[in-house]
Design a protein around this ligand. Structure first.
Ligand code: AVI
Length: 339
C-alpha cells in the first residue's frame, strides 16, 4: 500500500533516530483552523470553544494533573480495569500487530498494555495526539521498552486515522481510552466511530474506554475538584487564545462552571463571564462582546449505560468481543472487531 499522505507532503516527517519518527501537518494548516474555528465558535449567539483546543502543552499538563486529583475517578478506575484485562486481552490478539493509540497524551495507561506485550520481538506503537507532549512521552517509553519502535502522528484523530488507513497492511489494535469519546457530540461521535471502522481492516481490534452513568454528586465533584485544577484547565484555553491568536482575555473576568445534565447524560462545562466585557481576538478578526453571567460552552463529557454502548457499536457495524468493568461499575472497557 502506498503512503499517499506522506507523498502528498501534507505531513512533515521528523526522524529522531532508528526507533522514533513522527509526522506533523504543515504548521499553517493548524494555525488557520484554530483562528477560523474560534471565530465561528465565538462569533455567534450561543458561544463555544471546541474542547480539542484545551490541549496545548500547558493544557495537556493540567489534564495530567486532573487525572490524579482525588475526585476525578475515571483515570484510576480505568487503570484498575486495564490491570485486570491484561491477560484476557492477549487471547484476542494476532502474533504480529501494531498498537495504535488515539489521544495518547502522556501514554501512562499505554504502559499497562505494553507491559504484557513484551513477548513480541519488536513492537510498533503509533500514538496519535494533537499535542506535542507526544514527543516527550515517546522518548520516555523508548527508554523503558527496548523492543519498541514509535511512529507518532501529531494531528487530530481524524487526520491520524486517515494517515493510518494508507500506511500499510499490518494488523492494528486501536485503543481509545479515558472516555475521550464522551467529549464528542452524539453526531460527531457516530461519525468518528464510522471513521475508525472504515480505517480498520478485517481482524483489526478496537478497545474503547467509556465512563458510565452514576450518581450526580460523584459526577459533579469530578469536574469541580477542590484543588481547582479543572478550573485552571478550563481557563487555560483563554490564555492559549491570547498567546496564539493575539487576544486580550482577562482571565480574572471568568469563572469555571460545570454541571451534570441528567436528561442528556453529560457533564457540561462552561466559562462564565463575571462582568460585561468586550475582547479583541486579532487573528480571528473578532470583537467578542459578553454580558455578565453569559456562558461560553467549552466541553461536553457524555456518560453511558452499558446497553447504549453496545447498541452504538453494533449500529456502526462492529462485532462485540468483550466488556470489562470495575467493581463499582463506574467505568467500562469494550473490545470490538471488524468482521
Ligand atoms: C479528556 N476527557 C475525557 C476529559 C473528560 O473527563 O471529559 C476531559 C476533562 N475535562 C474536565 N476534566 C477532564
Amino acid at each position: 500500500m502506498n503512503n499517499t499522505l506522506q507523498k502528498n507532503k501534507e505531513y512533515k516527517k521528523f526522524v529522531v533516530d532508528s526507533r522514533l519518527q513522527y509526522f506533523k501537518p504543515h504548521a499553517t494548516k493548524i494555525e488557520k483552523t484554530f483562528a477560523e474555528e474560534i471565530s465561528s465558535g465565538l462569533g455567534t449567539n450561543s458561544k463555544s470553544i471546541h474542547p480539542k483546543f484545551f490541549y496545548d502543552k500547558k493544557g495537556s499538563e493540567l489534564f495530567e494533573k486532573i487525572c490524579s486529583v482525588p475526585e476525578y475517578y475515571p483515570t484510576r478506575t480505568e487503570i484498575s480495569i486495564l490491570k485486570k484485562l491484561q491477560s484476557e486481552l492477549s487471547s484476542y490478539l494476532d502474533e504480529d500487530f501494531r498498537l495504535v493509540e488515539l489521544g495518547s497524551g502522556s501514554s501512562t495507561k499505554t504502559r499497562l498494555i505494553l507491559d504484557f506485550l513484551t513477548s513480541q520481538k519488536t513492537l510498533e506503537y503509533f500514538p496519535i495526539d494533537i499535542s506535542e507532549i507526544l514527543t516527550e512521552s515517546s522518548e520516555e517509553l523508548l527508554n523503558d521498552y527496548q523492543n519498541l519502535t514509535i511512529t507518532g502522528i501529531i494531528d487530530t484523530y481524524e487526520g491520524g486515522l486517515e494517515f493510518l488507513k494508507t500506511y500499510d497492511d499490518k494488523s492494528n489494535l486501536i485503543i481509545f481510552l479515558g472516555s475521550s469519546f464522551g467529549n464528542f457530540s452524539p453526531i460527531d461521535g457516530y461519525k468518528f466511530l464510522e471513521k475508525v471502522y472504515a480505517t480498520m481492516k478485517p481482524g483489526d481490534l478496537f478497545l474503547i474506554g467509556l465512563d458510565l452513568v452514576k450518581d450526580k454528586t460523584i459526577l459533579e465533584s469530578a469536574y469541580n475538584d477542590s484543588e481547582g485544577v479543572t478550573a485552571k484547565f478550563n481557563l487555560n484555553v483563554l490564555s492559549r487564545i491570547n498567546d496564539e491568536l493575539d487576544a486580550d482575555f482577562n482571565l480574572q473576568n471568568f469563572s469555571h462552571h460545570a454541571i451534570y445534565n441528567e436528561k442528556d447524560q453529560r457533564i457540561e462545562m462552561y466559562l462564565k463571564s463575571l462582568v460585561d466585557q468586550s475582547i479583541i481576538i486579532s487573528k480571528s478578526d473578532l470583537e467578542l462582546k459578553l454580558q455578565k453571567d453569559e456562558l461560553i460552552h467549552t466541553e461536553y463529557s457524555h456518560k453511558y449505560r452499558l446497553s447504549q454502548i453496545h447498541d452504538l457499536l453494533d449500529d456502526v457495524g462492529f462485532e462485540l468481543k468483550h466488556t470489562w468493568l470495575d467493581d463499582k461499575k463506574y467505568f467500562s472497557l469494550t473490545l470490538v472487531s471488524k468482521t
